[in-house]
Design a binder for this molecule. Structure first.
Ligand code: NAP
Ligand code: MG
Length: 487
């Protein structure tokens, strides 16, 4: 396994507030590490409440008095397109920093995550001058119309699994709507967010519109959540943190969108194209080291094909190449940090204790870096921890089914409702299942297909509100009704 690690130029490690690069007021920094070798990549400014205060003040001023919300809408779109051009120009270096900080294979960052991020921002750039109200035929001699206005200052808190893509999902609609924002990237992966702030500035986004405060959740994150100058919170991460955020934002009654976890059912019927379904089951769980909110972590397989189908899935897991993220042959890198690695290993242990069969994987790979073998458990029962909890790693739980009604009940018997998939050649079965599964996204004969235009988000405790598409834009807008007497 070659161990070449490129050495991208990490230029931005300070906070970005009001267009300035500044250290935290406390002078504190934290290490961000490379999860492939556990070495420190850089020290990053550690923002806390006082820094958030400055960032919110800057965002507030930029919103209340600055040019961004008042700019010709088409001009906002042009600046966003320019931002994307600059991302494209630096795509190789950005991909290298992303891979170094997060551990994901370089080719995933370079050819999947960043192109999707650019696509998302360009999609919302196109919306900037198409945000329109309506005229309403009210009773009496009145002209009644609505205006769609930016919600104000957005506080955006993101996780570490898709650092660049999460920035795009958050900044795209906020910028198009004319909002200003304060973002806290995840402590594990702050570097590319900071670089993107630099590129946005170069593209012409005015000072104070984008502010980035790296730091920790309970300090910097909580300060954003509680701040009265923040109008809306957009959060992606765990359910536990989301509940804390809901409680802490109640006093200031913030608008809120929450994009949380899942335990998504991936359902394979005997009449499916089994080669494609096996590939879908494999990618559905292992993509991004299993660190996907929509991972197809519960694989329901129809009894009549169970053994032969599982064999295919196990074979694909065995062949998956785990190793150096910078090796072009690598399909799976390390988990993002030690805490996630240990959590996953403890679930693997629990699965074995509870009597599931570890058909492949189950071990750490190497003794340096947080690598985990692609793991498949069979003979899993619904009540086992590995069938209920979000593991957020490359660990698949295979469950059997025979009766469809029973299957639907079991698939829906979870507190989550982010995604689901159905594999079948029977059209009516596909659409019936699509309507009966309680999830924000249902894929039929595919998995992990995303598009900037297609809304994404959760039912139940997988969150609320939607990202992407027009619905994603709506969450950054307020409706204002204007009534004019014509009498
Ligand atoms: P997390 O705690 O939800 O972290 C997500 C973001 O929220 C991070 O930026 C985090 O800051 C911040 N945060 C934490 N506590 C906060 C608070 N009190 N107020 C405001 N912000 C706060 O998730 P995690 O600890 O990284 O991962 C734990 C589990 O969450 C994973 O194992 C997985 O099950 C789930 N998860 C889901 C997603 C998803 O895409 N839905 C993504 C990541 C993780 P720090 O950087 O300091 O943590
Ligand atoms: Mg890191």
């Amino acid at each position: 396994m070659p161990h070449s690690v490129p050495n991208p130029n990490i230029r931005q490690t300070q906070m970005f507030i009001n267009g300035q690069w500044i250290p935290s007021q406390s002078g504190k920094t934290f290490d961000t590490i490379n999860p492939a070798n556990e070495e420190v990549i850089a020290q990053v400014a550690e923002g806390d409440a006082v820094d958030v205060e400055c960032a919110v003040e800057a965002a507030r001023r930029a919103f209340d008095e600055g040019p961004w919300p008042r700019l010709n809408a088409r001009e906002r779109g042009k600046i966003m397109h320019r931002f994307c051009d600059l991302i494209d120009e630096e795509i190789d270096e950005l991909a290298a920093i992303e891979s170094l900080d997060n551990g994901k294979p370089l080719k995933d960052a370079r050819y999947v995550d960043i192109p999707l991020a650019v696509e998302c921002i360009r999609y919302y750039a196109g919306w900037a001058d198409k945000i329109q109200g309506t005229t309403i035929p009210v009773n009496g001699d009145f002209l009644c119309y609505t205006r769609r206005e930016p919600v104000g200052v957005a506080g955006q808190i993101i996780p570490w699994n898709f650092p660049i893509l999460m920035v795009a999902w958050k900044w795209g609609p906020a910028l198009a709507a004319g909002c200003t924002l304060v973002m806290k990237p995840a402590e594990q992966t702050p570097l590319t967010c900071l670089r993107l702030a630099r590129l946005a500035q170069k593209a012409g986004v005015p000072d104070g519109v984008i502010n980035v405060v790296p730091g920790f959740g309970p300090t910097a994150g909580a300060a954003i959540v509680k701040h009265p100058g923040v109008d809306k919170i957009a959060f992606t991460g765990s359910g536990e943190t989301a509940k804390t955020i809901m409680r802490q934002s109640a006093d200031t009654m913030k608008r809120m969108t929450l994009e949380l976890g899942g335990k998504s059912p991936n359902i394979v019927f005997a009449d499916a194209s089994l080669e494609a379904a096996a590939e879908g089951a494999h990618i559905g769980i292992h993509l991004n080291q299993g660190q996907c909110c929509c991972a197809g972590s519960r694989l329901f397989v129809e009894d009549s094909i169970h053994d032969s189908f599982v064999e295919k899935v196990v074979e694909l897991s065995r062949k998956r190449r785990v190793g150096n993220p910078f090796d072009p042959a690598t399909e799976q890198g390390p988990q993002v940090d030690r805490a996630q690695f240990e959590k996953i290993m403890s679930y693997i242990e629990k699965g074995q204790e509870e009597g599931a069969v570890c058909a492949t994987g189950g071990q750490r790979v190497g003794d340096r870096g947080f690598f985990v073998e692609p793991t498949v458990f069979t003979e899993v029962h619904d009540e086992m921890a590995i069938a209920r909890d979000e593991i957020f790693g490359p660990v698949l739980s295979v469950l059997r089914f025979s009766d469809v009604d029973e299957l639907v009940r079991r698939a829906n018997a979870t507190t989550f409702g982010l995604a689901a998939a159905v594999w079948t050649r029977n059209v009516s079965k596909a659409h019936t299942l699509a309507s009966r599964l309680r999830a924000g996204t249902v894929w039929v004969n595919c998995y992990d297909v995303f598009d900037a235009a297609a809304p994404f988000g959760g039912f139940k405790q997988s969150g609320f509100g939607r990202e992407l598409g027009q619905r994603g834009l709506d969450t950054y807008l307020e409706d204002k009704t204007v009534t004019v007497s014509l009498g």
